[in-house]
Design a protein around this ligand. Structure first.
Ligand SMILES: Nc1ncnc2c1ncn2[C@@H]1O[C@H](COP(=O)(O)OP(=O)(O)OP(=O)(O)O)[C@@H](O)[C@H]1O
Length: 307
């Protein structure tokens, strides 16, 4: 049985998960939530490109059903973290395990939802073909799709609300419709872990809600863990159990209330940062030039002040 959001939050808080910086304090040193399956485990994980250390001594255990948001400015290594979990990027040191085994490239236990990018006109694939690819993987191209697979694909397509456009060339669909299909493709193999790389970027507010609800529904239905990279936590704030915040070569892990605080982010950025909560949204003000984020959040604060 799944725990409620409140009790899951409580569990996350009781883990005392806040901590971890480039200086080496581990983030998740004492996970006590032993009643749930550990899906993803990073231990003393460090990634450097040459002399440039993106993150160091990162410890993170993610349980089945847990929703983790990965936040931080451009270039801090969020996508590199996903690549390491996907087995596409070797760690400089430390380990990353999926369901107790070292990660390997092409694992069927991971569903990956990439950034929203419009598919080129003329691409011959139908929505249904893309979801079938999520089931058959490397066996794509077989002349014959077994009936059981076809039935499963239909169920997945129905679960993401895409039945009406299942047979339409995907390039002709809207951005929101295409992103539904990508969610369908990612969940088609019933993955234990869903990795989402800014899946809401360039979607309008309505479709951000639709797609984030879809991911969350699938998380609940599959008891899947979710690691969700985003520049704006607000569309998913009500779903997030814990945040991994990367900035300035440092990281912090904890509940949104623990991490999204002025004193925590000021320390990480090395400059005064103001975190404001308004109308259930979070705004981060004062990130230094060059960090390239959060300007859009200031917009939300302005909106709040106008009303
Ligand atoms: N294979 C690589 N070799 C060298 N440097 C790399 C490599 N991959 C990424 N980088 C660099 O590492 C840094 C982190 O990149 P990454 O894409 O992980 O950041 P990010 O936090 O996802 O950024 P954004 O928010 O802009 O998408 C960037 O400066 C990038 O140029």
């Amino acid at each position: 049985m799944r725990t409620s959001t409140t009790s899951r939050r409580h569990l996350a808080e009781s883990r005392g998960a806040l901590g971890g910086a480039a200086s080496g304090v581990p983030g998740d040193a004492h996970p006590t939530n032993v009643d749930k399956r550990t899906v993803l485990s990073l231990r003393s994980a460090t990634l450097a490109y040459g002399d440039r250390v993106l993150w160091k001594n990162l410890n993170l255990q993610v349980k089945a059903g847990e929703f983790i948001a990965v936040l931080g400015p451009n270039g801090t290594g969020k996508t590199s973290l996903l690549r390491a979990i996907l087995g596409q990027q070797r760690l400089t040191s430390g380990t990353v395990e999926l369901l107790g085994e070292p990660v390997r490239h092409g694992s069927r236990s991971i569903g990956y939802i990439p950034q929203q990018k419009l598919i080129e006109q003329g691409t011959p694939l139908r929505a249904k073909d893309l979801v079938t690819l999520g089931v058959t993987g490397h066996r794509w191209g077989l002349p014959f799709t077994p009936k059981a697979v076809r039935q499963h694909v239909d169920e997945v397509i129905a679960s993401v609300g895409a039945t009406a456009f299942a047979n339409v060339p995907i390039a002709t669909l809207s951005g929101g419709e295409q992103q539904r299909i990508r969610v369908g493709q990612a969940i088609a193999s019933n993955p234990a872990l869903l990795l989402c790389d800014e899946p809401l970027s360039s979607l309008d507010l309505n479709h951000q809600r639709v797609v984030s609800d879809l991911i969350d529904d699938r998380r609940k239905a599959l008891d899947a863990a979710v690691v969700f990279v985003t520049h704006d936590v607000n569309p998913i704030l009500d779903k997030v159990d814990r945040v991994l915040y990367l900035a300035g070569g440092r990281f912090r892990i904890g509940t949104p209330d623990e991490v999204l605080r002025s004193e925590v982010l000021s320390y990480m950025y090395g400059t005064p940062i103001e975190v404001i909560r308004t109308r259930g949204r979070v705004a981060v003000l004062g990130a230094p030039e060059g960090y390239g984020v959060h300007n859009h959040l200031e917009h939300h604060v302005d909106e709040g002040r106008r009303h």
